[in-house]
Every structure is written in C-alpha cells, then in structure tokens.
Design a protein around this ligand. Structure first.
Ligand code: HEM
Length: 517
C-alpha cells in the first residue's frame, strides 16, 4: 500500500503508508475477533451501518433535547430488539418486558457496560459502576440496611427536612409567580440522604454547605455528550478536552466534601459508640446509618474497604439518591398542579389519615397513602428520571423470538419508551394514577414498569426513595396547593443523564387556609 500524493517527501509518504497498513491490520484483527458478535448481530433489525463509524452519524450533533426523541424514533421504527452500531460498539435496544426481564435477571448480563467507566471519573467506583466482584460484596454488605423497617427509622429526619422546605417556600405563597421548586427539593433530599447515610447534618438547605445541584447540572451534559460520541470514548482524546478538566475539578471537590462527612461520622461514632459492633444494632444513641455497614467493615475479617472505597461509595449514594428523588418529587407536584382533581384526591386521602392533627407520620400512616403512591408511580411512568441504562453481555444470552444477545454487546434498556408502549399501556399519553391500582398492576407484566430497573442490580434505594417521597409530599400537600399555567403538552423533557424538565419545575404556591380547604 503506497500513498500517492504528489509533492509529499518520501519519508512522510513512507510513514503514512505504514500508518495505513497498521490501521488496516487493526481493523482486520478487530473484524476477525468480532465475527461471532457480527454474525449474531446480523439477525437483528436496525439501521444500516457504515464501516468504522457504524450508525454514529445518527446521533452526531444532536442536542440533549433531540437525543431522547431520536432514540424513541429508532425504537418506533425498528421495534425491540434492534441493533445500533456506535462505532464498533454494538448496542442492542431492548424495550419489551419479556426481554427486559431476561436481561435484568440473567447472571450473564449482570455486569455494567464499559461506558459506566465514564461515571467513575465523577463518582469513583461505587456500587453503580463497580466491577462485578466488588459489586457483589458491597451489595451483600449494604442490602440489610435498606430493608423498609430500617429505613422508617429515618422518617423523623425526612419530616424535619420537609418542614424546612415549607418554611423556605412560604415566601412564595400567594405571590402569583411561578417559581422553580427544584432547589428547595434538591437540598432537602441531599441533606436527608447525608444524615440517613452518615448521621451527619450538612445543612445545605440552610446555606451552611455547598449546594451541589448547580455542579450536577454542569457536569451531567458533559457526561451525556461523551456517552453518545464514540471518539470521546478514547481516553487519550477525552483527557485533552475542557470537559475532562471540569469533571476532575468536580470530582476533587466532591471527594473532599465526602471525606469531611466521613470523618465527621468517624468522630461521632468513636465518641459515642466506641468500636463495639453490637452498639450499632438499635442503640438509640448510636443508630445504624445507611452506609455504616461499609464504615464498620474494617473490623470484619472478610470485607474490608479502603478510605478511597468509602469515599467512592459516599459520592455514589449522594449522586444516585438525591437528584432522582428530588426530581420525582418535583414532577409529582407538577402533575398535581396540572391535574387539580388528582391533587384534591391526594389531599382528601391525607385528610382521612391525619384530619386536622399535626401528628408525626408513622410507618402505618405511610402504608395508608395508597393513592399518593399511585400518583408517584404514574409520575415515574411518565417521567422515569433514569430514562436509559445499560448492561454488558459477558456471554451469549438467549432472548425471546429466537434472538441471541451476543457476548460483548451492550443491552440498552429504555424505560422512556417501554413506559409509553401502546401494547402495554392503553392510553400512554394520558396521566392516569389508576394505572397503578392493585388490580391493574396484577394484570400487567412486571417489567412493563421499570423506573428502578430490576433484578439483583436494580436500585438499592427504591424503598428508601418511596418512603422519603411519600413523607415529603404528605407534609407539603397538607399545607400547600400548587398550580400552573402549563398544560401537560407544554412540559418538555430532555436527557441530561437523568431526565430533566426544560425551564425547571415552575409552579405557583398557595397556602391552604385551614387544613380542610
Ligand atoms: C426516584 C428515585 C430513584 C430512581 C428512579 C432510581 C433509579 C435507579 C435505576 C434505574 C438504577 C439502575 C441504574 C443502572 O443500572 O444503570 C438505580 C441504581 C442505583 N440506585 Fe437508584 N433510583 C432512585 C433513588 C435512589 C436512592 C434514594 C438511592 C440511595 C439511597 C439510590 C441508589 C442507587 C444505587 C447505589 C444504585 C446502583 C445499584 C447496584 O448497581 O447494585 N437510588 N437507581
């Protein structure tokens, strides 16, 4: 192979020829190594792929507003399961519940995809991104702390934080101005999670520590861009970008913050509880916080965590738990503002439980909030705040209809499409909490509704977040009525790692004059 460009010096020509030969060789070896994957992939429908770049052009220069709809369009056109080549990376999109169930429950697809390594740059190798062996041990260590019985111990913290939201938002009551609820709900959710995880009050709600919401809004678009741009998957190229520098700054700052929080917990723990593990089981002065199992693991002969591991896990939980819960709360209120009839029904339920009394919420009360739970679930169907996630196939995995997900492929699950599939939901574009009556749920495929993913690697915080959301919303709705000038069709969402609402979650606020008004 010789490069024939007139005027080029011989040495340059020779070097270019060698480069071309090397690239052709690498391409040939890759092609040979992935022949099995390509053969199985050829059975799937999907857009025609170009050599080397595959279908990457479909996503090129798409804004965050376009991405969701481009992927939705592909799902509509090719129907699940279908293939999409992002450069040499094979993505198989899976939106049918039967196949989602297989993927989320198979030990062959328990691992996270390579792209999750990008999150490590921000959050470290915590539970969301951890390699399989580390994930298995951490999940085992942490799962007992997330049992509903243990979580209800944190309801008083949730009540306290929700009460601060009321105090802070009181200033907007009756102003007739639509305000963005997100900053109030994010800081509450973040502070609650820090206290429930470590027993440490960071008080970002009261302006006593940094409000991380802005930082998270800044780094999420950088990560989203990297995910869908195959050339930025190459570390060498990515590390030269400004995005990489911003990510590093965020990560360094958040690590420092987490280190201080962990040190606070350590001080408190050794001062009040000594190092006796028995103290951690139920002693009133020394309660067991969500992440204590990791921090106490030093004493355990099987499981040990370095300081770096502990910081990674702290960041992971704060990021995975605070935005998701806060955004869902805001989406719920937005839906109630748009549908006053549902808002009154939620209020009626609260009134039936509490009357005019201002008694603290008990676990029994939470169980009685069935309609509120239906509204939260319908909101999560409409706005799954984690709208897309992926698994890596370690081995060939049989799907329905004789398709086989090839080893090395990425299974992409896209709740944002599944939750609107007309084959599963009779009127998907109508917001209807009755989609989640016990009867309707029993008659629907369990994996038609997957806001928390599912199987062994599903969200560890799902019970925590449901209890936190019910507590916060119960307190809020009993005091305030929300409204908006927007209709459902005006709400625009976009992909920013999580699902965001264009322009924020803006609503008007009115105080209920007395409880039953
Ligand atoms: C409305 C609230 C929430 C939603 C919709 C949600 C959704 C999800 C989803 C879809 C996943 C799977 C992600 C993937 O496979 O890439 C996940 C995983 C995870 N979530 Fe949540 N989450 C919520 C709240 C929380 C909370 C409050 C916490 C912490 C207290 C939390 C901690 C985690 C962790 C640690 C994982 C990784 C689990 C593992 O790999 O074993 N999440 N979440």
């Amino acid at each position: 192979m010789e490069i024939l460009i007139p005027g080029l010096p011989d040495v340059t020509r020779a070097l270019l020829s060698i480069l071309c030969i090397c690239l052709t060789l690498i391409w040939g070896i890759n092609k040979w190594n992935s022949r099995h994957k390509e053969l199985l992939a050829s059975k799937f429908p999907g857009p025609t792929a170009l050599p080397i770049i595959g279908n990457a052009l479909t996503l090129l220069n798409k804004t965050q507003y376009d991405l969701l709809w481009t992927i939705t369009g592909l799902c509509e056109e090719y129907r699940s399961p279908f293939k999409f080549w992002l450069g040499s990376k094979l993505l198989i999109f899976i939106t049918k519940p039967e196949d989602i169930q297989i993927i989320l429950n198979s030990s062959k697809t328990l691992g996270k995809d390579d792209v999750y390594k990008f999150f490590e740059a921000a959050a470290g190798a915590g539970l969301v991104t951890a390699p399989l062996e580390k994930w298995k041990k951490t999940r085992k260590v942490l799962t007992p702390s997330f049992a509903p019985k243990k979580i209800t111990r944190f309801v008083p913290i949730m009540i306290e934080r929700a009460t601060i939201i009321l105090q802070k938002m009181q200033q907007h009551c009756g102003s007739g101005v639509e305000v963005d609820f997100y900053p109030y709900f994010f800081t509450a959710s973040f502070d609650t999670l820090c206290e429930a995880s470590f027993g440490v009050q960071v008080d970002s709600q009261l302006g006593r520590s940094r409000d991380w919401a802005q930082d998270m809004f800044r780094i999420a678009p950088l990560l989203t861009k990297r995910l869908f741009a195959p050339w930025l998957h190459v570390d060498y190229i990515y590390e030269k970008t400004n995005a990489a520098k911003k990510m590093k700054k965020f990560s360094d700052d958040f690590r420092e913050f987490s280190k201080n929080v962990i040190n606070e917990r350590r001080k408190h723990f050794s001062k009040n509880c000594g190092n006796n593990n028995d103290d951690m089981n139920g002693d009133i002065d020394c309660p067991e916080y969500l992440l204590d199992a990791i921090h106490n693991s030093q004493e355990d002969s099987i499981y040990t965590y370095s300081d770096t591991d502990k910081i990674d896990e702290a960041i992971t939980f704060m990021i995975a738990g605070s935005e998701t819960t806060a955004q869902t709360n805001c989406f719920v209120l937005l839906m109630l503002a748009i549908h006053p009839e549902y808002q009154e029904k939620v209020f009626e339920e609260q009134y039936t439980i509490f009357g005019d009394a201002d008694t603290p919420i008990t676990p029994d009360d939470l169980d009685k909030m069935e309609y509120l739970e239906q509204v939260i679930k319908e909101t999560l169907r409409f706005f799954p705040v984690v709208p897309i996630f992926a698994r890596h196939a370690d081995e060939d995995t049989k799907l329905t209809q004789n398709y086989v997900l090839p080893a090395g492929a990425t299974a992409v699950i896209f709740p944002f499409f599944t939750h609107y599939d007309t084959e599963l939901w009779p009127e998907p574009n109508k917001f209807n909490p009755d989609n989640f009556t016990a009867e309707k749920m029993a008659n629907r495929h369990k994996y038609a509704f997957i806001p928390f993913s599912g199987g062994a690697r599903g969200c560890i915080g799902n019970k925590y977040s449901m209890i936190a959301m019910k507590t916060t919303l119960s307190i809020f709705i009993r005091q305030f009525r929300v409204s908006t000038t927007k209709n459902l069709e005006d709400i625009e969402v976009y992909l920013d790692l999580v699902l965001r609402c264009k322009g924020g979650w803006r609503m008007k606020l009115e105080r209920r004059i007395n409880q039953k008004s």
